[in-house]
Design a protein around this ligand. Sequence first.
Ligand code: HEM
Ligand SMILES: [Ca+2]
Ligand SMILES: [Ca+2]
Length: 304
Amino acid sequence: QLRQDFYANVCPNVENIVKEAVTTKFLQTFTTVPATLRLFFHDCFVQGCDASVMIASTPNNEAEKDHPENLSLAGDGFDTVIKAKAAVDAVPGCTNQVSCADILAMATRDVIALSGGPSYAVELGRLDGLSSTSSSVGGKLPKPDFNLNQLNSMFSDNGISQIDMIALSAAHTLGFSHCDQFSNRLYNFSTSNKVDPTLNKTYAAQLMLQCPQKVDPEVAIDMDPSTPQEFDNVYFTNLQQGMGLFTSDQVLFTDDRSKPTIDTWASDTTAFEKAFVTAMTNLGRVGVKTGSQGNIRSDCSVFN
Ligand code: HEM
Ligand SMILES: [Ca+2]
Ligand SMILES: [Ca+2]
């Protein structure tokens, strides 16, 4: 039921309006890119791509965004959607016609292109969801210590294949992580190895400098040490060198079932970009709401 020209009659210029608002925000801060991309992922994996992640908590309802695993979602992602929504609603005819879920999908496409990644046509027609609870988040989002079976199982719960999961993981080609998400790999990996043996030695030493034990929990470091502000396939060449930040990144190279894909995309940007667009399109189809399952919110952070 999703289609690319969903708003052609009510708000034909919606894509340009969103792109302009996103570009303005991008020029103010680069964080717009990783923040929006991760927000889209965390939205789609909990109750589907329905902007449930945008809802603010109230005295009666602790919303998704206040679940511990969502507290590190950067505010600039939410702000990007809110600003784009305001720009859309300011255009006569478009007011209250475009869902927050679709604006997030378009904004995500735009930030990827702005940071050097592929551009693609976005499918539209998602409604905004009618519920958002912190208690629905647990067990729905992947953890950085996941192995390949755990990754495949969680993504397949959302109808996403291993190949799409690997392509989507390349989102870690930009953005930041807090030290506690991977410090076990540096200081207490296992009884026989304090440092994760799959971690490049030089990179491990660099990470220890950036993330000493008892570091300020606010400290965040680049996930791609080589090209942190470029959406590129360097994610895969990093993995080949033992420079994946999380276990869930590095395992894609150490597990023989996924290694061939890493090797292919490390040396073929075109093939990676094509796969990434397919994977993002599939991610955008997860749990889409239609009819009485949703509505179009007038304020993305509040139910109508
Ligand atoms: C494959 C399993 C995945 C795991 C285990 C995972 C885990 C994480 C973790 C732990 C962080 C750091 C959070 C922090 O400390 O602030 C992070 C950041 C990020 N993730 Fe993932 N992620 C996965 C997949 C994805 C996917 C599929 C996307 C998008 C398509 C994505 C996009 C991002 C982005 C852009 C950031 C940086 C956020 C920022 O700088 O604000 N991740 N991820
Ligand atoms: Ca959602
Ligand atoms: Ca990069």
